[in-house]
Design a protein around this ligand. Sequence first.
Ligand code: FMN
Length: 213
Amino acid sequence: MRIALINGSPKGSKSASQVILNFAKGTLPKYIDFVSINLKDANVKKNVLRKIAGCDVLIWAFPLYVDAVPSHVLPWFYELEKYFNDREGPKPRVYALVNCGFYEADQNEIMLEIIKNWCAKSGLIWGQGIGFGAGGVFYGLRNIPLGKWPFKNMEKTLKSFAVNLLAEKSAPDLFVSPNFPRFSYKIVAEFGWRRAIIRNGLKLRDLNRKIAL
Ligand SMILES: Cc1cc2nc3c(=O)[nH]c(=O)nc-3n(C[C@H](O)[C@H](O)[C@H](O)COP(=O)(O)O)c2cc1C
């Protein structure tokens, strides 16, 4: 079985999407042929497209951007849709691991619907989606193994995902947030924003600035 691990975060390997893909890979058997792909920009390359299309399973990992898929991924979706519709033969089953900045994992529900619609248009079988909340801290906590605090619940969810994937089954979507309360996530996230705005040469009060369109 060949599985494409497709990271759709523009941050590439330094992203929550990568942390989630690494966790998912760790729950799957070693004999699997994994193909790791980073889609950091909208520049669709034919050889990468063929690499993706040649897999039995696609696991997409995305950040949630404005309740949807990041825009640089859309050209890839359009080109893959054409590619799959122009060809006969077996097509990959699709799974998606999506994360958002909000604590509540169900914020990702709309994005999973978008990916399901893309599957339907491309003639692909939808496997399962998992929405992860509180993605803002995943990269910072990347050295903590899956199954340890705060990634205990995520281990259960990803293990059941692996069972479905290996059995080539489709299953209902699941939503999971790390094992810490919402208020502590908010404190850490707000601290991160304050640090980031100072590093970028602005003032704390700029966090509340309204940008007129
Ligand atoms: C342009 C942009 C739009 C975003 N929109 C949302 C959103 O609608 N809802 C949300 O919960 N988080 C939103 N976020 C936060 C990201 O989903 C969050 O930081 C995520 O953990 C990033 O994942 P990554 O590290 O895999 O790129 C947005 C971030 C950016 C940069």
